[in-house]
Design a protein around this ligand. Structure first.
Ligand SMILES: Cc1ncc(COP(=O)(O)O)c(C=O)c1O
Ligand SMILES: N[C@@H](CCCC[NH3+])C(=O)O
Length: 432
């Protein structure tokens, strides 16, 4: 499902005209579709029904309370990576007992907070961290439920900055060392319970092959650990990629099956069909940690053309949003389809750069792209921006963070106010 498309000549999110959202809430604004979020979660949950499983939405993709709350109501668990994310889950009505805690650098305070809230599992990324968890749990008179994260040394064939399952990446414990780590923990660390095994090989994977390779390599280990230490779950992480090109369903009636030529060949059904045979006889609970898959195509960033500048080399459309609000193009050369909110009435195109107001040459959304002609005051939407959009936003250049709204059918709800200038200096003080 994809809830952004043209209706009556204007881009809509579900039943709401995006032009009206811009009028009411200003720009730049992130717009999310509740139906799409729910649909993505439900499809994955249903596709995994043949095995005992828990979907733990990766909060880092989009941590707005309304997003977490929407998924919590559907029964989602959550994969968190900081005390801040756990705090958000709790505030949004999520259940800490359905939370897993990832990350290579958890602090003692964060571990305490997680244990106080009885989270489902701490996913451990190094032996040094495991020692600290044992210590912290002992001090609290608790036994910490842990899973070790195995680094299977599998190439996820994604951008090098978001590959996590190769030995040279900082994540997890090497496959060659993992059994010894379980043995050592079982022998020496009385305050941890060896509860599961976890892996996550990378993000925005567009082929199922690396998932199959990793699952084939690690499932026998999971079976062995179940036998030896009685582990109960195997988390296969997240990473399922989404379509970033040709993201409007108009003209692509079969959008979800990704049959358009430039689209990702990976769908929820193909993913589930490929991995389930490797998992279903393990007798372990299977955990999944999707982030982008749930939220990515449920969101768009709406911005306005402030100025058009024609130069010797290029035409720039300068918009009121930039890398501070959506850093993916600058950081990973990530692509987001850009569409005018007013549906173009001709096929006329212009080769342009869409750039932001920030003082960085890297502050662009697209370069040398053939896009419909734009003019000062036009609204545009950057699609597929629901994951790693707002959560990676910053106040660089002292620009207030954008507003976030969620559309539910014909209704639009403000789910985060635009920051004010006062918000920018909150907590700062002058010297006495
Ligand atoms: C441990 C862990 N789980 C899950 C995710 C979610 O990844 P994705 O949004 O690609 O599904 C990430 C981020 O890559 C992660 O680091
Ligand atoms: N933030 C990245 C993905 C990293 C996922 C977190 N491990 C992106 O926007 O594509």
């Amino acid at each position: 499902m994809h809830s952004f498309d043209y209706e009556n000549g204007s881009l809509h999110c579900e039943g709401v005209d995006i032009a009206s959202i811009a009028k009411q809430f200003g720009t730049p604004t992130y717009v999310y579709s509740k139906a799409t979020l729910s649909d993505h979660y439900t499809r994955l949950d249903q596709a995994m029904a043949p095995v005992d499983h828990m979907v733990c939405y990766a909060v880092k993709a989009n941590s707005n309370l309304a997003v977490i709350n929407t998924l919590a109501k559907l029964g989602s668990g959550f994969d968190i990576v900081s005390a801040g994310e756990l705090f958000r889950v709790i505030k949004a009505g999520g259940d800490p007992r359905r939370c897993t805690f990832a990350g290579v650098g958890k602090t003692v305070d964060e571990l305490r907070y997680a244990l106080e809230n009885d989270i489902y599992s701490i996913n451990v990324e190094s032996l040094a961290e495991l020692e600290t968890i044992n210590q912290v749990a002992g001090d609290m008179g608790k036994v910490a439920p842990v899973a070790l994260r195995v680094n299977p040394n599998v190439d996820a064939k994604t951008h090098k900055y978001i590959s996590t399952g190769k030995s040279e990446n900082k994540f997890g414990i090497d496959f060659s060392r993992i059994e010894a780590a379980y043995a050592d923990a079982a022998e020496r660390l009385p305050n941890v319970k060896l509860h599961g095994l976890q892996m996550h090989i990378g993000s925005q994977l567009t082929s199922v092959d690396p998932f199959i390779e990793a699952v084939k390599k690690v499932a026998p280990l999971a079976a062995k650990l179940k036998e030896t230490y009685g582990i109960e779950f195997f988390s296969i992480g997240g990473g399922v990629g989404i379509v970033y090109h040709e993201t409007l369903p108009s003209g692509h009636p079969d959008w979800w099956t990704n049959d358009s030529p430039s689209a990702s060949p990976l769908t929820i059904d193909r993913y589930a069909a490929a991995i389930l045979p490797e998992l279903k006889n393990l007798g372990l609970r299977i955990l999944l940690e999707p982030g982008r898959l749930i939220a990515g195509n449920a969101g768009a960033l709406v911005t306005k053309v402030l100025y058009t500048k024609k130069g010797d080399a290029k035409t720039f459309q300068i918009v009121d949003s930039g890398m501070g609000d959506l850093i993916r193009p600058a950081l990973y050369e990530g692509h987001h389809d850009i569409v005018p909110v007013a549906e173009p009435t001709t096929d006329e195109k212009e080769t342009i750069d869409v750039v932001g107001p920030i003082c960085e040459t890297g502050d662009f959304f697209v370069q040398n792209a053939d896009l419909p002609k734009l003019e000062q005051g036009n609204l545009i939407a950057l699609l597929s921006a629901g994951a790693y959009g707002f959560t990676m936003a910053s106040n660089y250049n002292s620009r207030p963070l954008p507003a976030e709204v969620m559309v539910d059918g014909e209704q639009v709800h403000l789910i985060r106010k635009r920051q004010t200038l006062d918000d920018l200096i909150a907590g700062e003080s002058l010297l006495p």
